[in-house]
Write a protein that binds this ligand. Sequence first.
Ligand SMILES: Cc1cc2nc3c(=O)[nH]c(=O)nc-3n(C[C@H](O)[C@H](O)[C@H](O)COP(=O)(O)OP(=O)(O)OC[C@H]3O[C@@H](n4cnc5c(N)ncnc54)[C@H](O)[C@@H]3O)c2cc1C
Length: 474
Amino acid sequence: MTNIAAPHIDALRTLLGESGLLVEKHDLEAYETGARFDRGVAAFVMRPKSTEEVSAAVAYCVTHRIDFIPQSGNTGLVSGSTPDETGTQAILSLDRLTTLGGIDVVNRSVNAGAGVRLSALNARAETDGLFFPIDLGADPMLGGMIATNTGGSRFLRYGDVRANTLGLKVVLADEAGTVLDFTSGLRKNNTGVDWKHLFIGTTGVFGIVTECVLNLEPLPGQQATALLVPASDQAVPGLLVQMEQACGSALSAFEGMSGNSIRAALAHVPALRNPFEGGIVPDFVILMELTRTSQACERDQPLDALLESVLAEIWDSTNKPLANALMGPPAEMWALRHALSEGVRHSGRLFAFDLSFRRGDTLAFLAQMKAQLADTYPDLTVCDFGHLGDGGVHFNLVAQPDDPDLADPGFEAALRDLVFSVAVDDFGGSFSAEHGIGHKNQAWYDHYTPQAVRTLAASLKRAISPGKRGAMHF
Ligand SMILES: Cc1cc2nc3c(=O)[nH]c(=O)nc-3n(C[C@H](O)[C@H](O)[C@H](O)COP(=O)(O)OP(=O)(O)OC[C@H]3O[C@@H](n4cnc5c(N)ncnc54)[C@H](O)[C@@H]3O)c2cc1C
């Protein structure tokens, strides 16, 4: 049972109703446990079912100095959506904000609650031949996607959540629970500050997203995929540029997958087929995808024919950038790509880094970092994969349970210091490319963010949303 005083529980139950407040241990567990290794203790869970109820609950918590953490699908990877161990933090779950409005086919947009799952939105949009073009191996809720500015595998073509958000409704963490409505759904509106951007990618620090208006894209009518094995690391940036020049806007994904991450996925999901001959997995593989919204018609070259001819041309080019190339069914190739994250998670104790680089630096970083790790921590396995098309790298390090380094309480921090110093200091990269800031990377936010920027963020927070939000700060 919660350690927050009973009168608060009674007052919040009056505001949210019986099913809007969870206090029993067995009801809290799912909300206390994150997608990876996070596990905290919640004082209680609030589950408002409208923006008005979010406003009332937030106003109550801010007025009574109750610390709360917004939570949507709880698939975040930086410990941002779960409470700490103290049992004093409440969870504000948006999982009952599931209103899904009709699709505006002419505006190509939809109004939706923060608790709508990505899969539910896409199931609805599909009936109008549309989809929300953020693609990832999890099924988050829209509020969490906005709060983390999710990137995903088709960033190259469609951009991130920010690029696809037309409007928001937010509740500020002040004593009034002020509601700000930016849900006009306009695609252009230069009438001053575009405030919605303050709430995208800032993990709830400036306010809680309760509703959104999202851009939808036409569903691809044609799709063609191939797995490319580059002849060398040095060949990869050139391949990306060649593909963009040859395929133009049809190029919708250019994903990198290390051999170690592919092996982990194949081991974890026996139903996956190893597409490479003789069961040998290459050291590095690129999944590339072409999509076109129109169906194949006589005047166009079908996409698989386009892909085949581009690959043939590159194969025959004098610099020989390809060691192998396989075309195959998109569903099968994407199933492999989407299994990497869970496969790696199940292959040992995982230390995950979400990095990004200028596109030309990605492979150079991987080479330098792997060499340094082989010297310093030779027992770690590097299982990297990521979004070569936008410079994103999920740099995963896996230790086996008997690795003596795991007994060292300073090991993880030392590892993070090492990887971030190479990624950020040496290569000018980002230590959080698409997962936002949470407890897991707060210390490095503090370290790498200039004091003037931190002061600006803190004064903005004080001005508009002074209520606490976990221990996190910007
Ligand atoms: C297998 C797997 C693959 C993934 N692949 C990718 C990927 O390719 N690209 C990528 O970008 N991410 C990826 N992720 C990370 C994760 O799915 C995204 O960060 C996701 O969009 C978070 O959404 P969520 O609903 O789960 O949010 P949560 O995890 O619930 O919350 C995330 C953060 O946002 C805050 N928050 C939640 N809801 C709100 C709200 N309504 N208002 C204000 N703040 C809020 C929380 O406090 C927390 O700090 C992956 C995760 C998994 C498990």
